[in-house]
Write a protein that binds this ligand. Structure first.
Ligand code: SF4
Length: 509
């Protein structure tokens, strides 16, 4: 499973500034030290999540990307047949938007012949799973991922409210387009990430830990770590990153599961660690790093929002849905706060309920209760009215990736608007979905709580719509040209003859 037969090796290097040439030299030295030579179709996967002016610390920086691409060219100019950067950023955001506003487009225009793949604009390839304990038998990934000969994972060193941390393995969530990413993005998210490890393993990993992201995922606080970390094995790499922030990697389920499935060791004693910064020195730099794993009830304490959470279905796995709706509302409110510092002061009092909650809801007359997610379930009195909310949860076996719905942002606005329409006078409202995404929860908070709508921010609206229309036009043009997306034999790693699904067109399929 590990493409690098060599012993797991992690290199920790000092780098305290985003200078492409310095980064290039460090990464080239890392490749040479590990004797790694890129070859064939080489694909770099950064984490561009929601890159832009308002989100400066959430993504792999363009200077880092430039240094990495140059280092790969330095070492592999004779052996690579293609060098490309591919990504599917945060859902509903056009990836071409983050390529442009992260600075990656400018980097690509400076470098000779490096391709760009917004993953939602390319054919999606079916990959079969046959391993034990898999969540499903097949998934879809973008064709450039399935066809890569040499895969470079270039994540950002960050905390994460759903999975504790996002280092190398968690960056794989961005190898699926929206419709496929949201399947199993719930209380079994860690298992989904562990399953995705069977799609491809990186030949080289280089994480942007120069300014790390603390506490949150989309709007992290900057944490000056001054490090570039490289590796040749994803489990060992993530284990060392955990060790740096004083976290036991066995407590991060996707790392533990991948290790148990044979993808690598979490035992620091079995990992070769070199570089000009020792593990002890790296730990000292990371002292106090906050992972921000916090339950939703606690998260909203002292604000206008009161949260209540019960267990999701299949509660043999967990008593809380770490990978779904509760974490999404934490990210949603942080985005609203980013666009409006007065957000909390302006917010109307709201009560939000997740899972099979079995307790009182302290809503005064006129205060709205919002049941979020298909698994929300509750019975009791709100404003002296007897209320019974039934679970609408559908078993994951009923979710077929071939029939996964699209997640167009304007369709989401319409859906949430329709769900809320006519409920102004009702004491409660329900938002359906599993999960209810960050974008949908933003609209709900805007509509019900009176927060400022970030999608209508004048600085963003024009740029966002420009990228959105470019994405849609590109897909429409490909369809007009009759580009065939149902191709056989596209995935060399799948166990079955693969097929290719139509890219996200916005049409209901
Ligand atoms: S509906 Fe939301 S809270 Fe419930 S299982 Fe799905 S993602 Fe989790």
């Amino acid at each position: 499973m590990n493409p690098n037969a060599a012993e797991p090796h992690v290199i920790i290097r000092h780098c305290d500034a985003y200078y492409s040439e310095r980064i290039r030299a460090i990464l080239r030295e890392g490749l040479n030290e590990m004797k790694i030579v890129p070859k064939g179709r080489t694909l770099v996967k950064p984490n561009l999540v929601c890159a832009g002016d308002m989100f400066p610390h959430a993504h792999t920086r363009a200077e880092f990307g430039e240094g990495l691409l140059l280092a790969l060219q330095d070492v592999g100019s004779e052996t690579m047949t293609e060098l490309a950067v591919g990504e599917r950023c945060g859902i509903t955001i056009p990836t071409r938007y983050v390529f442009k506003h992260s600075g990656f487009d400018a980097v690509l225009s400076r470098l000779d012949g490096v391709k760009r793949y917004p993953f939602e604009e390319v054919p999606q390839v079916e990959v079969r799973y046959t391993h034990e304990k898999r969540l499903r038998d097949y998934v879809f990934v973008p064709e450039p991922v399935a066809k890569a000969d040499f895969f470079v994972n270039a994540p950002k060193f960050k905390a994460h409210p759903w999975t504790t941390v996002t280092f190398s393995m968690k960056n794989y969530i961005g190898i699926q387009d929206d419709r496929h990413r949201l399947i199993d993005h719930d209380h079994r998210l860690n298992e989904k990430i562990a399953d995705l490890q069977y799609v491809i393993q990186p030949n080289f990993i280089a994480i942007d830990a120069i300014i790390a992201g603390e506490g949150r995922m989309l709007t992290p606080k900057p944490f000056d770590l001054g490090l570039i970390i490289m590796g040749n094995n994803q489990v060992a790499f993530d284990a060392v990153c955990c060790a740096i922030i004083g976290l036991d990697p066995r407590t991060v389920d996707h790392i533990r599961m991948a290790s148990e499935r044979g993808f690598g060791t979490m035992d620091i004693g079995k990992i070769k660690i070199t570089g000009d910064v020792t593990l002890a020195q790296a730990k000292e730099r990371a002292r106090g790093f906050d992972v921000g794993l916090i339950r939703v009830e606690k998260y909203f304490e002292g604000t206008a929002i009161t949260a209540y959470a019960g267990p999701p279905p299949e509660n043999e796995h967990t008593d809380y849905c770490w990978g779904g709706c509760p974490g999404a509302i934490e990210e949603a409110i942080e985005i609203l706060r980013t666009y409006d510092a007065e957000c909390d002061k302006k917010m109307t009092r709201l009560h939000v309920v997740f899972g099979a909650y079995d307790g009182p809801i302290d809503a005064k007359p006129g205060e709205k209760v919002v049941f979020i997610g298909d698994c929300a379930k509750w019975e009791g009195k709100i404003a002296d009215k007897l209320v019974k909310v039934e679970s609408l949860y559908k078993d994951r076996s009923t979710k077929d990736p071939y029939k996964a719905p699209t997640n167009d942002i304007y369709a989401k606005i319409k859906d949430v608007t329709m769900a809320l329409a006519g409920t102004r006078k009702d004491p409660y409202v329900r938002l359906e979905g599993c999960p209810v995404s960050v974008a949908e929860q933003i609209f709900a908070l805007v509509s019900l709580g009176g927060a400022k709508n970030p999608y209508l921010d004048p600085a963003e609206a024009v740029r966002f719509n420009e990228a959105y229309l470019g994405w849609r036009s590109s897909i429409a043009f490909k369809r007009l040209k009759g580009e065939k997306y149902q191709k056989a034999g596209a995935c060399p790693r799948g166990n079955a003859a693969p097929t290719v699904a139509t890219p996200d067109t916005g049409a209901a399929e």
